[in-house]
Design a protein around this ligand. Structure first.
Ligand SMILES: Cc1ncc(COP(=O)(O)O)c(C=O)c1O
Length: 372
C-alpha cells in the first residue's frame, strides 16, 4: 500500500453514522474508585436506574444450575417464551427476545425503517431513540415536550407522510413523567396504521396497581403496536441484558428474522424465566421504590429543590449548576446522572436506592449545593 495515501477511516463510514452522538452511560464504580482513591465498596452508584436490591434470588439460583453448561449454545428461548406466554396471556408467537430491551428497540427500527424515513419521539426522550434512528440513516423528528412529559397531541401531529415509526416511553426516562393510558390509547388511534408505534415500558413494573399497563390487550386492535419491556429494572437483571418485545405475530416474526441468532445468552434466558416467576421479589422492588421515592421527595422539599414527580425507579431534580453538583458528589464517591445530554443541564437524575443510600445521597447533595 502506498504509505502516502493513508485513509481517514472515519470518512469510510456513512455520514449518518459519523453523526451519531455516542451514548454516555452512568460513570463506572471501578473508574470512580480509582480516580478518587477510595475502595469500590465505598462508592454509591445511583446513576443507571439499577435495582438496589440486587438480582432476583430465583434468577441467581437458576443461573447457578447452568454455569457448567456454557459450552453449549443457548437453548432456553422456547422456555422463556413459554413463561412469558403464561404470565402475559399471549401466544409465544407474539414475542421477540432482546439483549436488553435496547436490542428490541433497535430490532424494530431495523425491521421497519428505511434510510430517509422519519421517526418521531419526544424531547427529553430516551437517548437510544435518536441513536437507533441515526444509525439507520432515518430522519429524527423530536417533538418539544410539555411540562417535561411527552406531548401526545403534538407527537400525533408531527407524523408526516414519510414517518415510519414513533417511540413513546411510558413512564419516560429521564423525566419519570407518565401519560394516562386512556390518553395513550387515544393517541395510538390517531396514528396511521402504517406507522409502527413502539411503546417502551421499561419502568412499567413500578407503576401503582391502578396505573398498570393495559397495552398488551390493545395488540389485537393495533397491529402496528410493539410493546418493549425489560428485565433490567424491577427484576434486577441489568447486567445480564435481557428484554422482550410483544407484537402482532407477523411483526414479531419479521423481527425474529432480523434478530441475530442467539442474541440472548443462556444465563440470561434461564434467569429471566425464573425472575418472571419471582413475585415476592417484584413486590419488594416496588415497595422499596415507592418508599424511596417518598424519602427523596421529602429530602428535595427540605432542600427547597424543584423535582419532577416520577413514576419510575429514579427521580429528576433541578439543582442549578448540575455539572458542579455532580462533580462535588462524585468526589464523595456518590455517582448520580447529569442529564445535559437530554437537554436538561440544570437537572440531575438519581436512581432510587435503599433508605440509607437515599439518605447518603441527600446529605451529599446538600453539601454539594452548600446547604450545610
Ligand atoms: C426508557 C428506557 N427504555 C429502555 C431502556 C433499556 O433498558 P435495557 O436495554 O437494559 O432493557 C432503558 C434503560 O435505562 C430506559 O430507560
Amino acid at each position: 500500500m502506498d504509505g502516502n495515501s493513508v485513509v481517514d477511516i472515519k470518512q469510510l463510514a456513512p455520514e449518518n453514522v459519523r453523526a451519531i452522538a455516542p451514548y454516555v452511560p452512568g460513570k463506572a464504580i471501578s473508574e470512580t474508585a480509582r480516580e478518587i482513591g477510595i475502595p469500590e465498596e465505598k462508592i454509591l452508584k445511583m446513576a443507571s436506574n439499577e435495582n438496589p436490591l440486587g438480582p432476583s434470588p430465583k434468577a441467581i439460583e437458576a443461573m447457578r444450575r447452568w454455569v457448567g453448561q456454557l459450552h453449549l449454545y443457548p437453548e432456553a428461548t422456547f422456555d422463556l417464551k413459554a413463561v412469558l406466554a403464561r404470565k402475559l396471556g399471549m401466544g409465544p408467537g407474539h414475542f421477540v427476545l432482546g439483549n436488553g430491551s435496547n436490542d428490541v428497540l433497535e430490532l424494530v427500527a431495523r425491521t421497519f425503517v428505511r434510510p430517509g424515513d422519519s421517526v418521531v419521539y419526544s424531547q427529553h426522550g430516551f437517548l437510544v431513540y435518536p441513536l437507533v434512528t441515526q444509525a439507520i440513516g432515518a430522519k429524527a423528528i423530536e417533538v418539544p415536550a410539555r411540562d417535561y412529559g411527552s406531548d401526545l397531541d403534538a407527537m400525533a401531529k408531527a407524523v408526516r407522510a414519510d414517518t415510519k415509526m414513533l417511540f413513546l416511553a411510558n413512564p419516560n426516562n429521564p423525566t419519570g413523567t407518565f401519560s394516562p393510558w386512556e390518553e395513550v390509547r387515544g393517541f395510538i388511534r390517531r396514528i396511521p396504521p402504517h406507522v409502527i408505534v413502539v411503546l417502551d415500558e421499561a419502568y412499567g413494573e413500578y407503576l401503582p396497581d391502578a396505573l398498570r399497563s393495559p397495552t398488551l390487550r390493545w395488540l389485537a386492535e393495533f397491529p402496528n403496536l410493539v410493546v418493549a419491556r425489560t428485565l433490567s429494572k424491577a427484576y434486577g437483571l441489568a447486567g445480564l441484558r435481557v428484554g422482550f418485545g410483544v407484537a402482532h405475530p407477523d411483526a414479531a416474526e419479521l423481527m425474529n428474522r432480523v434478530r441475530q441468532p442467539f442474541n440472548v445468552n443462556q444465563l440470561a434466558l434461564v434467569a429471566a424465566a425464573a425472575a418472571l416467576d419471582d413475585a415476592a421479589f417484584i413486590e419488594k422492588s416496588r415497595d422499596v421504590n415507592a418508599k424511596g421515592l417518598e424519602q427523596l421527595r421529602h429530602g428535595f422539599e427540605r432542600l427547597g429543590l424543584e423535582y419532577i414527580p416520577s413514576h419510575g425507579n429514579f427521580i429528576t431534580v433541578r439543582v442549578g449548576n448540575a455539572k458542579a453538583a455532580y462533580e462535588a458528589m462524585l468526589r464523595e464517591g456518590v455517582i448520580v446522572r447529569p442529564i445535559a445530554g437530554y437537554g436538561m443541564p440544570e437537572h440531575l437524575r438519581v436512581t432510587v436506592g435503599l433508605p440509607e443510600q437515599n439518605a447518603r445521597f441527600l446529605d451529599a447533595l446538600a453539601r454539594a449545593l452548600g446547604r450545610r
